[in-house]
Structures are given as C-alpha cells and as structure tokens.
Design a protein around this ligand. Structure first.
Ligand SMILES: Cc1cc2nc3c(=O)[nH]c(=O)nc-3n(C[C@H](O)[C@H](O)[C@H](O)COP(=O)(O)OP(=O)(O)OC[C@H]3O[C@@H](n4cnc5c(N)ncnc54)[C@H](O)[C@@H]3O)c2cc1C
Ligand code: SF4
Length: 302
C-alpha cells in the first residue's frame, strides 16, 4: 500500500501524535495507512514486543511491572492517550519545539520556521539546523537498556540498536526510511541488570518530558560492572552521556560516586530555549534527576 501511495503516504498507529500534527499542518500526508490490524505487531512477549501494543498494555504487562519500560509508558500523557497511543508511535514521535507545536495561523504569523514551511530557526537564528527536541518517554529507556529495533521495508528487513535509530537533527530525527515499518522491539534478557526512568514536567500528568533520565546498571556483586545514562528532552535525540557511565564503572554506588556521575551528566546536558521552563533551571535539574535515578537503582540493588 505504501509503495502504491508513494512518498505522500504515512503510516499511522494510535494517531495521537500524527492526527494533531495533521490538524496543525505540520505533517500533510495525502494517505494514511493504519498498522493496527497487522496481528504480528500486537504480540507481547517478555523479550519481544510488537510496536502496535498500546502504552496501557505495556504498563500492565506482568513481566514489565517493575521495569523502566512500564514506568516510562505509565508516565506518558493521560490514560485516554495511553489507551490509543502505541509503543511504535512513541519511539517514532515527531520532535517538538515551542515555535513548531502551534496552530498553522500562529506559525504563519511568525513566517514559519525551518522545520516546516519556513527558512530560519527562531531558537538559534544563525544555526543551519533545527534543534527541536526528542520528547519520547520510552526512547531514552530503550537506548539505555540496549534494546534493538526490527525494521521491515521494501528492501527487506534489518535490526538496529535503539541508539542508532535516532539522529541528532530536529527535522531528520530518525535513521529509518519513510517506507520502513518498525515492527518489533527486542529487549535484552534480564540477567543481572536493572534500569529506572525519571521524568521532569510541569504537571504530574498530560505533559511531555522537558527532561527524562534513563539509567541502566549491570551489577558486579556490590559494585557497578557497567552503566549507561541517557537524557531525554534535552536534544533532538536520546542523548547518551558516556562520561557519566565512566564515573560509575567499577564503583560502589555511594553518595560520592552518584554525585560524580550527576556532575558528569550535567556538563553535556545543553537544553535549548524551545520547551517548557527556564533552560538554565532545566540544565540544573539534570544533576538532581540523575542523582534520584541512581539513588533508586541503589535502593533496588539485589
Ligand atoms: C496531549 C498529548 C500529550 C502527550 N504526552 C506525551 C508524553 O508525555 N510523553 C510521550 O512520550 N508522548 C506524549 N504524547 C505523544 C503520543 O501520544 C505518544 O508518544 C504515543 O505513544 C504515540 O503513539 P501513536 O501510536 O499514537 O503514534 P502515531 O500518532 O500513530 O504515530 C506517530 C508517528 O510514528 C509513526 N509510526 C507509528 N507507528 C509506526 C511504526 N510501527 N512504524 C513506523 N512508523 C510508525 C507515524 O507515521 C507517525 O509519524 C502526547 C500526545 C498528546 C496529544
Ligand atoms: S528548533 Fe528552530 S527550526 Fe526547529 S522547530 Fe524550533 S524554531 Fe523551528
């Protein structure tokens, strides 16, 4: 169907991101192709999840109950949107910006911007690129735990690490081709690792993250054998912070180690002035949220 409809067609799953975007003329497909009736995309196994599984189902799946995936799914928006919204749609979410997520008339009044219909970036007028923000709650978790995505398209199928699926650009934010379907997410076996997700937003429900912290550790006895820290809501892609992971490896998760990792995550966290809250305060909160995430991991250490 996509081949027949050509480049002006888009896939849709729950439609909770695409349809509002179509109303505001951010995305203007002539044809939308629903993926929801493909049975394989609705499968749910503990290490293999179809992308049309709803966020509500993901939150309630017994083997995910304590997992960072369920936490992140539960923190998305509101119950109504979680009943419609899917895992795949969340992982392919359009990037967001105060100058973009507005009505067509609002955007027209400022002569639009580079991401759609315009020429310049209002956030960084001398910049050649768009800085719109990756605002998915689940994507940082998938990158942190080392999940893999299976993509199927006319050229065949391929499996990519979650971290390679995202591109640090507000316009071309996915490495996926437009005619590829994200069909499933492969999760690593639960063998000695743990992960948590913490989210900053204005209201306790409804709002997109303005900062998300996904933290993953593999325990080596009482020490951290390996770790990954990923920030959401501060860049056009889920931003891994290798410096923070280095501060944790081989260490006991004490207050000093946690503070060193939080400081290491704070430095490269460079939110732009294009989402809610003051940007310098958001940067400061990186320290606080990384600290909280690591303290939670410490409290769960086996
Ligand atoms: C008021 C409001 C608040 C929200 N708050 C949050 C929030 O706090 N956190 C958050 O993360 N999100 C939030 N969202 C965004 C959205 O509801 C969720 O991210 C949801 O999971 C999107 O899934 P969907 O199935 O509805 O996506 P859709 O709208 O169907 O699709 C989104 C995009 O993904 C593509 N797509 C979907 N599935 C596939 C697939 N399998 N393969 C290839 N491409 C695909 C579509 O073509 C489209 O470009 C909010 C939305 C609204 C309207
Ligand atoms: S970052 Fe700049 S180009 Fe991108 S959506 Fe915002 S104003 Fe537009």
């Amino acid at each position: 169907m996509k081949g027949d409809a050509g480049p002006e067609a888009m896939f849709v799953a729950g439609g909770t991101d695409l349809y509002p975007n179509m109303k505001r003329r951010h995305q203007e497909p002539r044809t939308v192709i629903s993926l929801m009736a493909i049975p394989e995309l609705g499968k749910m196994e503990s290490e293999n999840v179809g992308t049309c599984v709803t966020l509500t189902a993901l939150s309630n799946f017994p083997s995910f109950q304590r997992s960072a995936i369920a936490t992140a799914a539960r923190l998305v928006s509101t119950p109504l949107l979680r009943n419609m919204g899917t895992l795949g749609g969340n992982l392919c979410l359009d990037t967001r910006c105060n100058y973009y997520n507005q009505s067509y008339e609002w955007r027209k009044a400022i002569d639009f911007c580079m991401k759609k219909d315009g020429a310049i970036c209002w956030v960084a007028p001398s910049s050649p690129r768009c800085w719109a923000v990756n605002s998915s709650d689940i994507a940082p978790v998938m990158v942190a735990i080392g999940a893999e995505y299976r993509l199927v398209g006319p050229q065949g199928e391929r499996v990519v690490p979650a971290g390679r699926f995202y591109h640090n650009d507000g316009i071309i934010y996915l490495t996926k081709q437009p005619d590829e379907i994200l069909t499933e997410v492969r999760l690593p076996a639960p063998d000695g690792w743990d992960a948590v997700y913490h989210k900053l937003r204005r209201r306790g429900s409804f709002d997109f993250p303005v900062l998300g912290v996904a933290a993953w550790v593999r325990w080596d006895g009482t020490k951290v054998g390996d770790a990954t820290i990923v920030l959401g809501g501060v860049a056009s892609y889920p931003q891994e912070v290798p410096e923070a992971a280095s501060a944790l490896r081989g260490m006991t998760l004490g207050a000093e180690t946690i503070a060193a990792a939080a400081e290491a995550a704070y430095r490269p966290s460079k939110p732009m002035d294009n989402t809610d809250f003051d940007l310098s305060w958001r940067k400061q909160m990186t320290r606080v949220y990384v600290t909280r995430a690591l303290e939670e991991l410490r409290s769960r250490r086996p």
